[in-house]
Design a binder for this molecule. Structure first.
Ligand SMILES: Nc1ncnc2c1ncn2[C@@H]1O[C@H](COP(=O)(O)OP(=O)(O)OP(=O)(O)O)[C@@H](O)[C@H]1O
Ligand SMILES: [Mg+2]
Length: 330
């Protein structure tokens, strides 16, 4: 489904954020703009350390300040500017209208509380329910995320569940309040490929059933091909490309996106070795002058070493931050 330009569910506009200590100030998010439509699945992709989790945490306003400092921009959710919302109102929005699931479920689940109690807690946080209603709602939720024998397993502890099951529990807790937006930060990275596919399929089914929007964060472009409708590519604190999934796979414009796609295994080409992108992601505190990607780029031009390219819309719905494209546009 195409993004609804006029009234997106979430609209982040020119968001900049830095981490500041007495010794240093590091820009972690640089002019981030993205929008997620109602009922849409968007993927945020990029290598480790590029700022994906910080983007998610900054949308949820979960970053501690200090060190985090918003430097500019707006975050509109259902038309409301989250950067201007009170802490109390934000608490109401979090886990109610926007939910988040994290990469490593064990750090979010309490090891000494039973699964039943933890899911019940997330349910009763925003709803007043009797004991019987809570029990029924917990079992319903666990069945919804396909936990076999849900009723019998309520008194089990997180360590008695497998990694995939624990991630299902996290999903159950995240959807317990029927959020409008679910932010899933690397929900399947710690899982093996089969379980990973099952979890993504489950998220897709739940999205269809509840018509929530999903922002999926991952470093793996392969994962998003089947899952998301649109892809946003991040590199070193900036968005470098965004397009519909079909368009991005068919016509990747940024050399970084092209590198990510080339590093995916291809079914018909099992003999050749996987191509990797040469070099390393720069530390955000020591970014190169000019385009952040230029030291690793095989198309580098003199201008790339001098100034940072702006992000521009190359064609409708396809943006790119690369001088190769702006040259082409001139
Ligand atoms: N609380 C914090 N204080 C200072 N720096 C931080 C903090 N959280 C993250 N960073 C820095 O911000 C940058 C972006 O981190 P982030 O966690 O968003 O990366 P990521 O894209 O999610 O990577 P990964 O794929 O490894 O999860 C990193 O350089 C990280 O060290
Ligand atoms: Mg992360």
């Amino acid at each position: 489904m195409a993004i609804q330009e006029h009234d997106p569910l979430l609209s982040v506009e020119h968001l900049s954020l830095s981490f500041e200590t007495t010794e240093s100030s590091v820009v972690v998010l640089d002019d981030i703009s993205l929008a997620i439509g109602k009922d849409e699945i968007v993927a945020l992709v990029g290598e480790s350390g590029c700022g994906k989790s910080v983007t998610a945490m900054s949308i949820m306003r979960l970053l501690h300040s200090p060190p985090a400092q918003y430097k500019g921009g707006n975050i509109y959710f259902q038309g409301e500017d989250l950067l201007k919302s009170s802490d109390r109102h934000l608490r109401d929005i979090r886990g109610n209208r926007i939910s988040m699931i994290f990469q490593e479920p064990m750090t979010s689940l309490n090891p000494v509380l039973t699964i039943g109690d933890q899911v019940a807690e997330s349910l009763t946080l925003h709803n007043k329910l009797t004991k019987e209603e809570t029990l029924k709602a917990v079992v319903d939720l666990l069945e919804k995320v396909r936990i076999p024998g849900a009723r019998q397993r309520l008194k089990s502890f997180p360590t008695q569940y497998s990694g995939g099951m624990r991630q299902r529990i996290m999903i159950a807790m995240a959807i317990s309040c029927k959020p409008d937006l679910l932010i899933a930060d690397e929900p399947t990275t710690a899982l093996d490929v089969t379980i990973q596919a099952q979890i993504l399929e489950l998220l897709k089914t739940l999205k269809r059933e509840t018509s929530m929007s999903i922002l999926l964060i991952t470093h793996d472009l392969g994962v998003v091909a089947e899952f998301s409708e649109r892809i946003i590519v991040m590199y070193a604190g900036q968005i470098v490309e965004s397009a519909s999934t079909r368009e991005l796979f068919k016509t990747p414009l940024h050399p970084y996106t092209q590198g990510l796609l080339n590093s995916l295994p291809k079914l018909h080409n099992l003999e050749t070795r996987l191509k990797t992108i040469e070099g390393y992601v720069p530390s955000l505190g020591k970014l190169p002058v000019g385009c952040h990607f230029h030291p690793r780029c095989s198309h580098v031009m003199p201008i790339c070493r001098e100034s940072c390219p702006p992000i521009i819309e190359i064609k409708q719905g396809h943006t790119c931050r690369c001088f190769l494209q702006s040259e082409a546009c001139v």
